[in-house]
Design a protein around this ligand. Structure first.
Ligand code: GCU
Length: 672
């Protein structure tokens, strides 16, 4: 079939076409009245114009003129709309009568809200919503909705699988690649309002005048889209850049250096967001080098940005050689005692799980354990441990699983979402971060379906209660076409579980190859530090498998609220999906299904491989409805995934059976 134009995925979910074959050529120009010529309202009007060009004449007529106006506008005031609860980022989009004409009104208390409302209107229209009766209203539940770029100044991206860094440091600040604006549009469309430009393993050079000017150029481009720029700060920068002898946070010269640095940054970027810091983890410098606490370090930086309204995002991912008995316990051990000691413009950034962005991890025990500290979860959108660029794994269910997990810290129902949105512990500062999967690839994320993870992250950061399936449908409707959205979402939904099954079923973790984390290496045991070795995590021997984190083992369960710790101490009340994370069990341990652990384990690997086969069949069925270019690339990636899912299964099962000496359970397929 002839396709109207090549599709390379550059347009992301902002394709603005109602079907695969429609061309996106302008048909009619609707009237758009933004009542303000601020850069933000110009951005909103540009987006509406660009998008509405993809609608039919009939649809545009049904929509009527579009008025974008904030609460102070006399017309809006006269309508007496319920804007009070929308805060400074929420929006309301409604079909109303203004001066006897029916119009589509986009309104909010602020221009930023109106920008988000404009994108919400477009989402409504391009997911098949009725243009005649519009009643949309939403306000974000979380304030800081941040993408963390792990981008280095040499253009490489740590754990990035979508090409080089988007930021061309060589040509910034002069050349303002239009792509930066497209990036900002994509983020604004899903409500992301902050971007950390550089890797947490930060170079001090980021804080030099030369790079501050480059960051300022990006901040200027992002500003009309409601996005603030943040930087990762290297804790020892006062030594490297300032020539000081130490970076001790309690040394007044060090504090003065950071104050002056913050002042310098704010002169260039008046709305600079603040710093993200990885300290005393994986060899990074930090306050512990001077026998000071993480709170001492964070608070010193917080004082430097406080006069300017900045925040410090201080990471709790501390991974050092200090707790060899169980790496999963480190963050809680070090941070829990500091509860209540952090300044009120510090937010502690906690990975979703206690180890490291695995295909599945129980939620991090710090959630609910630091009621007097603002915490923000950190997710990885880039799929370091989930097949990187090629494997199709929709992460909406992974993000939602953590957000919905019940910490039981303040009675049942104290979910991670309600801890981090401030509704239980009443924090003013709230946030969510995701490690970006964006690079210079034409399709931004390395594959079409990786784009969905960026999208889902933004939507869940806005509202952690959203349903990942509904998000997948929205994304698929805009990325492909409303007519196939349901089928695409059906294919996406089990994809993450498939990865869990063929890589790390039943609560296993960290069995990936050393260093690059691609492919299976559960047998590795000779590396210098114990927790670098996969055998440290699975602990398989002739008799059984799994990491005992109950009282008879590392007792990591005691880091959870007592009611939950009790459940997790007993294999019978531990969810099977987390079983081997918490327990070391005999190979013949009886599972709820009636099968032995060994049989069930092998079946999970098979189920993961089978699920990939299913996805391939479903994608083949969608071929007539997807443009050739995106269809082919996804089909090829699914072929890779099918091959590698089988590799994971076969290598893993062969290894486990070399340890337990057990035959393959009847009815399962032998390794190829
Ligand atoms: C993981 C990842 C590192 C990263 C670290 C972090 O360990 O492999 O590349 O630096 O997380 O989050 O700091």
């Amino acid at each position: 079939a002839g396709y109207a134009r090549a599709e390379d995925g550059y347009d992301l979910w902002l394709r603005y076409r109602t079907s695969v074959s429609s061309s996106g050529a302008p048909r009619v120009s609707p009237r758009i009245d933004t009542r303000s010529s601020s850069r933000m309202m110009v951005a909103a009007a540009d987006e509406l114009r660009r998008a509405l060009a993809g609608l039919s004449t009939a649809q545009v007529a049904m929509l009527g003129p579009i008025v974008v106006a904030t609460a102070g506008d006399p017309d809006v005031r006269a309508l007496d709309l319920p804007l009070a609860l929308l805060g400074d980022e929420g929006y309301l989009v409604r079909t109303v009568t203004l001066a006897r004409a029916r119009v589509t009104l986009v309104t909010a208390n602020t221009e930023r809200g109106a920008l988000y409302g404009s994108f919400a209107l477009l989402r409504h229209l391009y997911t098949g919503g009725d243009p005649r009766r519009i009643a949309l209203s939403s306000a974000p539940r979380v304030h800081l909705r941040i993408l963390d770029h792990w981008d280095n100044l040499d253009g490489s991206v740590e754990r990035g699988y979508a090409g080089q860094s988007l930021w061309d440091w060589w040509t910034l600040p002069d050349y303002r690649d239009p792509r930066y604006t497209d990036y900002a549009r994509a983020n604004a469309s899903i409500g992301i309002n902050g971007v950390v430009l550089n890797n947490v393993n930060a170079s001090a050079d980021t804080l030099t005048a030369r790079y501050i000017a480059k960051a300022a150029a990006l901040a200027d481009i992002f500003r009309p889209y409601g996005i603030k720029v943040y930087l990762s700060a290297r804790f020892s920068a006062p030594i490297e850049l300032g020539g000081l002898a130490s970076a001790d946070p309690l040394d007044p010269r060090v504090a003065a250096w950071w104050r002056a640095k913050a002042d310098e940054i704010y002169r260039a970027i008046p709305d600079f967001g603040g710093f993200l810091v990885k300290a005393n983890s994986e060899g990074q410098p930090g306050p512990r080098d001077y026998h000071r606490s993480h709170a001492d370090g964070a608070n010193m930086l917080a004082a430097a940005v406080r006069p300017h309204g900045g925040v410090i995002m201080w990471r709790a991912f501390v991974y050092a050689d200090t707790d060899p008995d169980d790496r999963a316990k480190q963050a809680w051990t070090e941070f829990k005692p500091l509860d209540g000691q952090f300044a009120d413009n510090v937010i502690v950034q906690v990975k979703n799980g206690a180890i490291d962005f695995q295909p599945r991890e129980p939620f991090h025990p710090l959630f609910g354990a630091m009621p007097r500290t603002a915490l923000m979860p950190e997710f990885q959108i880039t799929k370091e441990y989930l097949g990187q660029a090629t494997h199709l794994a929709y992460l909406g269910p992974l993000f939602a699983e953590t957000l919905r997990a019940d910490t039981m810290a303040h009675g049942s129902g104290s979910t991670v979402a309600r801890i981090i949105d401030g509704s239980i512990e009443h924090h003013r500062l709230t946030g969510i971060a995701g490690v970006a999967n964006v690079g210079r690839d034409r399709d931004w994320s390395g594959s079409t379906f990786n784009q969905a993870n960026w999208y889902a992250f933004g939507r869940l950061a806005w509202d952690p209660a959203l349903d990942p399936r509904a998000i997948a449908r929205e994304w698929a409707a805009m990325t492909f076409a409303p007519a196939i959205a349901k089928r695409v979402a059906t294919m996406m939904m089990p994809s993450r579980e498939a990865v869990v099954d063929y890589m790390t079923p039943l609560g296993l973790a960290h069995l990936m190859a050393t260093g690059h984390h691609y492919g299976p290496e559960p047998w590795v045991s000779g590396l210098k530090r114990p927790e670098w070795n996969p055998v440290y995590y699975h602990r398989a021997d002739r008799n059984g498998i799994g990491f005992d984190r109950t009282a008879s083992g590392s007792n990591a369960v005691a880091q959870y609220a007592p009611a939950l710790a009790r459940q997790l101490s007993n294999p019978a009340t531990t969810p099977p999906s987390e079983l081997l994370w918490f327990h070391h069990l005999r190979w013949d341990h009886p599972m709820p299904s009636g099968r032995t652990l060994w049989t069930e384990l092998v079946q999970r690997y098979d189920a993961g491989v089978a699920q990939v086969g299913d996805m391939r069949r479903q994608w083949n069925g969608l071929r007539p409805q997807v443009d050739a270019e995106r269809w082919e690339k996804t089909a090829t990636f699914l072929d890779i995934q099918a091959r590698e899912a089988a590799w994971w299964r076969d290598a893993s099962i062969a290894y486990w059976s070399s340890i337990n000496g057990l035959p393959l359970p009847a009815g399962t397929r032998p390794p190829a």
